[in-house]
Ligand binder design. Structure first.
Ligand code: PGA
Length: 251
């Protein structure tokens, strides 16, 4: 079953408007009209409109970094799926480890966001990953398995193939420490197996699982060459056109 590689840039809270526009322009020009992989960038929400305008007609998709799972209403400070679509978004990152750690986001909240994203026709990128403490205690599969089951709770099998999973070991995010291709592949294979149990092996074989955590041009090819790694969610290296494009070319 062939799965189209998906490379997404998570820009986090890292720029002002001029940098966001320049980065989007640089990536879309470098990627061209027919990239062999699916490419997306995820700017801060206040710059989605701006980046959407810059990307108009380009092969680079637009994603958000979060959403609030409700329709319009009294939710001060929040943004919902329909608003993200209005801004030109096709993707949305959900349950990133920074949101889990800093904002206390739970698996249950991620599952509600997932339902809202799908109802709003967005492609969700659902993040899971263990801390260094979890890994050293031999709990990687326990933790990742619990996050995955909880975050995908209520997901209908018929929608599952439209969901992207991102495995991001917390100890590898922004630290320069990448999981070795073998460490990453082991967890990706575990995730695919679990998806097979939650849905069916056939459905699991069609679901894309990205790796994230200090992906760079220099390690991307080996990581993306693993049988169960179908793309990358890139933080730091997505902030430089050359680095991000180097990763795209490795895909
Ligand atoms: P990093 O971030 O590439 O800077 O490690 C990845 C992520 O948090 O999505």
């Amino acid at each position: 079953m062939s799965r189209r590689t998906i490379i997404a840039g998570n820009w986090k809270m890292n720029m002002r408007a001029d940098t966001a526009a320049a980065l989007a322009k640089g990536v879309s020009e470098a990627v061209g009209e027919n990239p062999s992989v699916e490419v997306a960038v995820c700017p801060p929400s206040v710059y989605l409109h701006l980046v959407s305008d810059v990307l108009a007609g380009s092969a680079v998709g637009l994603g958000a970094q979060n959403l609030y799972p409700a329709g319009d209403g009294a939710y001060t400070g929040e943004v919902n799926a329909a608003m993200l679509s209005d801004c030109g978004c096709r993707y949305v990152i959900l349950g990133h480890s920074e949101r889990r750690a800093l904002m206390g986001e739970t698996d249950k909240q991620v599952s509600e966001k997932l339902a809202a994203a799908l109802a709003g026709n967005l492609v969700p990128i659902v993040c899971v990953g263990e801390t260094l403490e979890d890994r050293e205690a031999g709990k990687t599969e326990d933790v990742v398995g619990t996050q995955l089951r909880g975050s995908l709770e209520g997901l209908d099998e018929s929608r599952a193939t439209g969901v992207v999973i991102a495995y991001e070991p917390v100890w590898a995010i922004g630290t320069g420490k990448t999981a070795t291709p073998e460490q990453a592949e082991d967890v990706h294979a575990f995730i695919r197996n679990l998806l097979g149990e939650l849905f069916t092996p056939e459905v699991a074989s069609q679901m894309r699982i990205q790796y994230g955590g200090s992906v760079k041009p220099g390690n991307a090819e080996e990581l993306l060459g693993q049988p169960n790694i179908d793309g990358a969610l890139v933080g730091g290296a997505s902030l430089k056109v050359d680095d991000f494009v180097g990763i795209i070319k490795a895909g």
